[in-house]
Design a protein around this ligand. Structure first.
Ligand code: SF4
Length: 245
C-alpha cells in the first residue's frame, strides 16, 4: 500500500470535493496514480458505509493502516453543549473522529474556509458553535489546539478559499506526500507561504519567474519553474485569509 489518504466532511456544502474533482491535467485519479496515493475513504467516492465505515475509521485511529494524509472539508460544531452531536458520522460526533484521526495522521489538511476557520457555519450567532480545525475566525484554536502538531511535525496545513482551488489541493498533496514541507514553509495561519504570500506565489502566477519559490525547486520544477502538469493556470483570484463577517 502506498501513502494513505482519508477525506472527511463536517458542516460543508461539499464544494471542496467538487473543486477537487474539477482538477485537470492531471485529474484526481491520474494524480493519485502518479503519486502512489491510495484513497482509503472519501464520502463521495467510497462505497463503504455504516458499521464497516465505523470499523475502518476506528482502525485508522489506531494506526491500522497508518494514515498519511487526512483532509477535511467543512466546519466542526462543538454544540450542543460541547458534545459535537450537531454533526455526526455514523453514531459518533464528527468532533471525536476528527480529533482521533488528526492525532493518528502524518499530515492534516483543512480544505476550504469552513475547515480552516469555521467559515459560513461559524458566522455569528454561530448557533452550532462551529469551529475550524485549528482556527476559529481570526483566533488560533479550533477543535484542535494552537500547539497541535501532526505526526509529521506540522500544524494543520490550511488551504483557504471557498472552495480551495483544485490545483492548490493537488500541489499541497504532492508536497506533503513527498515530505517536502517544513514548519518554516507555512505562514502564521498555517498556509503554504508560496501559495498565499503577498507576492502571489507561483501557484497563483504560474508564468512568473519563481525566484522565491522553494517548493518548485524541491519538486524539481526549477529552473523553468514549470510543473510537469499542464493545467497550472487557475481561473481564480489569489485567495486570502478572510471570512464572511
Ligand atoms: S469553504 Fe466554501 S466551498 Fe468549502 S465547504 Fe465551506 S462554504 Fe462550501
Amino acid at each position: 500500500m502506498g501513502r494513505t489518504l482519508v477525506w472527511l466532511q463536517g458542516q460543508s456544502c461539499g464544494g471542496n470535493t467538487i473543486s477537487l474533482l474539477n482538477a485537470r491535467s492531471p485529474d484526481f485519479v491520474g494524480f493519485l496514480e502518479s503519486e502512489g496515493i491510495e484513497v482509503v475513504y472519501h464520502p463521495t467516492l467510497s462505497t463503504v458505509w455504516g458499521e464497516e465505515l465505523e470499523a475502518l475509521l476506528s482502525g485508522l485511529a489506531a494506526g491500522r493502516p497508518p494514515l498519511d494524509l487526512f483532509l477535511f472539508e467543512g466546519a466542526v460544531p462543538l454544540g450542543p453543549r460541547g458534545t459535537g452531536r450537531y454533526s455526526t458520522l455514523g453514531r459518533r460526533p464528527v468532533l471525536e473522529v476528527v480529533r482521533e484521526l488528526a492525532h493518528a495522521a502524518r499530515y492534516v489538511v483543512a480544505v476550504g474556509n469552513c475547515a480552516v476557520h469555521g467559515g459560513i457555519p461559524a458566522i455569528a450567532p454561530n448557533p452550532t458553535d462551529a469551529r475550524g480545525l485549528q482556527w476559529t475566525g481570526e483566533a488560533p484554536g479550533g477543535v484542535l489546539p494552537p500547539d497541535f502538531r501532526s505526526r509529521g511535525g506540522l500544524p494543520v496545513v490550511n488551504l483557504t478559499g471557498c472552495p480551495a482551488p483544485p490545483h492548490l489541493i493537488l500541489w499541497a498533496l504532492a508536497l506533503l506526500n513527498r515530505d517536502l514541507l517544513t514548519p518554516a514553509d507555512l505562514d502564521r495561519h498555517g498556509r503554504i507561504t508560496c501559495f498565499y504570500g503577498p507576492e502571489g506565489g507561483c501557484a497563483q502566477e504560474p508564468e512568473s519567474e519563481h525566484k522565491h519559490c522553494l517548493h518548485c525547486a524541491r519538486m524539481g520544477w526549477q529552473p523553468s519553474g514549470k510543473p510537469h502538469w499542464e493545467e497550472v493556470r487557475p481561473p481564480w483570484r489569489p485567495v486570502r485569509f478572510v471570512w464572511v463577517p
